[in-house]
Design a protein around this ligand. Structure first.
Ligand code: NAD
Length: 307
């Protein structure tokens, strides 16, 4: 069976490209990215046994995938992803991300390919103890254009339910090391600043608020599970390794880097409130995600140990 990974040079896509040989069903993988993020390094020294082919493509352009054939599964990672910067790049992000998904849907329909779509737990946002996939609409409160777009994408797919096999995963914030690692999300950014002895900027209101996090190891488990079990339910599933407060994350960082400097700052997206995200639905499907994000933190700090 053949796999297409869009956005293969990114944090998640590059991890899949490095590890895809572990998904037994997959014999060949096509990688696509526009490399606007300049992460050429994600393509360096990839393992021959992964049987990879890279195509430089802008997925937001109509027909950009037209010459790719015989694809059984698509993992769609191509997206602009910086939530905080999404306020100033709103229209560009809407255009890029929605056009990418439109073209991927068209591709999947034409080729009869099954689609793994990545949404985000940032679609949740109202103060409550725990939120799940079937929560009332009032608990879906995206706090950034990035998260707004994720909800629109989920709805686009739901409308296509009769014409397409897909699954949407709402991923928690990713932690862990890949060749396309980014440092603009919580855990990784904190690790980077700790490693270079800079201030760790924490949103004033966020210190004791719970948020969901997902280890890259668990993210990969999700992809492997879906493909190996043909798990495409045309439905939405949360995926997280655990819910933690920023304070708890900082304590984990302190285990590997004793002296860290914390500075409380303001942000446009800091008014998000505290919530736990439920993983019951994915557990009920037979998938348990319990990788330790402590190990991701250790490995991320270790990357920078000699500077
Ligand atoms: N990293 C996280 O914490 C996280 C959490 C929840 C959901 N997600 C979702 O997972 C997916 C992948 O995230 P990531 O962390 O790997 O992001 P990333 O920013 O590291 O990678 C995205 C990749 O997509 C590529 N890309 C963007 N627009 C493209 C286009 N038009 N054509 C071709 N390539 C294009 C970029 O060049 C980049 O390499 C995204 O949909 C993201 O929203 C990520």
């Amino acid at each position: 069976m053949n796999l297409l990974i869009t956005g293969c040079c990114g944090h998640i896509g590059s991890y899949i490209a490095q590890n895809v040989y572990k998904i037994k069903k997959i014999k060949k993988t096509i990688l696509v990215d526009n490399i606007k993020s300049n992460r050429f390094c994600s393509l360096f020294n990839l393992n021959k046994k992964n049987k990879l082919k890279f195509l430089l493509r802008d997925v937001s352009i109509t027909n950009s995938l037209n010459d790719i054939k015989k694809i059984d599964y698509v993992i769609h990672c191509a997206s602009m992803t910086n939530a905080e910067k999404s306020f100033s790049k709103k229209s560009e992000m809407y255009k890029n991300n929605l056009n990418c998904l439109r073209n991927v849907i068209k591709f999947c329909k034409k080729n009869n390919s099954k689609l793994i779509h990545l949404s985000s737990t940032s679609v949740y946002g109202k103060q409550t103890k725990i939120v799940d996939e079937n929560c009332e609409k009032k608990y879906l409160k995206p706090q950034s254009p990035y998260a707004d777009i994720k909800l629109i994408e989920e709805r686009m797919l739901k409308k296509m339910s009769k014409e397409l096999s897909y699954i949407t995963y709402r991923f928690g914030t990713i932690s862990g090391v890949s060749s396309g690692i980014r440092f603009h999300t919580a855990v990784n950014k904190f690790c980077f600043n700790a490693a270079i002895n800079e201030n760790i900027n924490v949103y004033k209101t966020a210190l004791h608020q719970y948020r969901p996090y997902l280890s890259l190891r668990d993210a990969f488990k999700v992809f492997k599970f879906s493909i190996e079990n043909d798990f495409f339910k045309n439905d939405i599933f949360n995926a997280l390794s655990g819910n933690y407060t920023v304070d708890q994350i900082l304590k984990k960082i302190k285990k590997y880097k004793k002296n860290i400097k914390i500075k409380l700052v303001s942000s446009r997206i800091m008014n998000q409130l505290s919530y736990h995200v439920s993983d019951k639905k994915i557990n009920n499907a037979g998938l348990y995600l319990n990788s330790k994000i402590d190990l991701d933190i250790k490995e991320t700090i270790k990357l920078l140990k000699n500077i």
